[in-house]
Design a protein around this ligand. Structure first.
Ligand code: HEC
Ligand code: HEC
Length: 347
């Protein structure tokens, strides 16, 4: 066991020293998005070390002014017709989600969304952040464009940022995409451990080993360092799909093989959540870990990763193993991200 821990730690450190050298920067090259009257300030999104490249659509490269506009909108109830803002369900201090069950499914957190191409538990929205944000304002909030266009503040800001005299859902979505692309979490206790800045406790390391080896086998879907592969899996949480929502990705594709598949949720800041899985059925990490240990249902299209030979009768984790795994999950909490004032409500 000890040797395995050492080997694993060494492997992780070797893999990551290569990229530790410096922060990667996403360069803004295209400057076509300037208006006749104003020149916008290109913004470099600083990526945490080890993060994959961030692909940003050419027609919405980051600009300081657009990010600030997106931030204003994110926190402003003007977008809805009932007093809600995006931030009323996506609360920074809770990891840009909310502990309350607002619907019959937990609110998904806004974390590292810039790397996603599949959105929502069941993948019902796909494409760029610009696409999903246009859906949010046009369909989810039904933002009243007459109201937006009668605001002299927003008239001026959209003119400055997008060069338009008439605000549409497109520019609102683009501005929201600019801000939400900056909601990057990459400074958790675990990230700091990888960079060599701090050490984990032996107990946390034990949990890390379970997570990253066949023993717990979590890393195939909750991949290092993003903690989601952004793909869909049936992990055997249900044996029958009683509610429409339990059918998951099937509701999008109508392919029987997609029954009960859900997008792998991001585990960053997972310890702050209070409802887990697509319907919030578990209310503690103990319950989630016990599900993986001994609760996986052997449905026909169960993900092959869940039925590997050694796992057929559960993971056989001891009480101590389970507690260690949870201790490791807690190292994914990123207080820098949760307290970053640049991501909070504008003054
Ligand atoms: C009343 C609560 C509520 C409000 C307000 C709200 N959301 Fe959400 N949001 C949710 C829920 C619930 C989900 C998960 C829905 C699903 O999976 O079908 C979600 C999911 C999302 C996702 C998908 C995240 C992912 O990982 O796939 C995005 C993007 C999003 N919301 C953006 C926004 C934006 C932008 C606003 C403001 C315009 C907003 N939300 C306002 C409840 C809310
Ligand atoms: C085959 C892919 C896969 C593997 C392996 C896997 N997960 Fe998951 N995980 C998922 C999917 C998909 C969901 C969402 C399922 C649902 O909502 O019904 C999920 C949900 C979770 C959640 C709930 C997160 C939330 O916000 O609701 C936690 C915590 C979690 N997994 C931890 C683990 C741990 C710990 C392991 C290893 C013991 C593991 N996972 C192994 C794919 C996987």
């Amino acid at each position: 066991m000890k040797n395995k821990t050492i080997a694993l730690t060494a492997a992780l450190i070797t893999a990551f020293t290569i990229t530790i050298i410096s922060c990667k920067k996403e360069k803004t090259t295209s400057d076509t998005n300037t208006t006749e009257t104003t020149v916008l300030t290109p913004y470099e999104i600083l990526l945490p070390t080890r993060f994959p490249e961030l692909v940003i659509p050419d027609d919405n490269k980051p600009y300081e002014e657009r990010i600030q506009l997106g931030r204003e909108l994110y926190y402003d109830p003007i977008l809805s017709n009932d007093g809600r803002s995006c931030a009323s369900c996506h609360i920074q201090s809770q990891g840009f989600t909310i502990s309350e069950m607002k619907y019959d499914m937990p609110v998904l957190p806004h974390i590292n969304l810039g790397w996603y191409s599949n959105f929502m538990w069941d993948g019902s929205k796909q494409g760029t952040l610009e696409d999903v944000m246009q859906f949010e304002t046009r369909d989810f909030f039904s933002t009243d464009l007459a109201k937006m266009n009668s605001s002299s503040k927003y008239k001026a800001l959209f003119k400055k940022c997008f060069g338009v005299d008439n605000i549409t859902h497109k520019e609102i979505g683009y501005a929201l995409a600019q801000f939400t692309r900056t909601l990057i979490s990459g400074d958790s206790k675990y990230d700091r451990y990888l960079s060599g800045a701090i050490d984990l406790t032996p107990f946390e390391k034990k949990g890390m080993e379970i997570f990253y080896t066949e023993k717990g086998d979590c890393f195939h879907c909750h991949t290092n360092v993003m903690y989601t592969d952004n793909l869909f899996h049936n992990t055997g949480v249900d044996s029958i799909y009683a509610k429409e929502a339990d059918k998951g990705y099937y509701n999008v594709t109508k392919n029987i093989l997609d029954l009960g598949k859900f997008k792998t949720p991001n585990l960053r800041n997972v310890a702050l959540r209070t409802h887990f899985m697509h319907d919030g059925r578990y209310t503690s990490l103990d319950e989630v870990v016990e599900f993986y240990n001994n609760g996986v249902r052997k449905v026909s299209n169960l993900d092959p990763i869940m039925t590997k030979p050694g796992k057929i009768n559960g993971l056989k984790l001891t009480a101590e193993d389970k507690a260690a795994l949870i201790a490791f999950l807690k190292t994914l909490t990123d207080t820098t991200f949760l307290n970053n004032t640049a991501l909070g409500k504008p003054e």
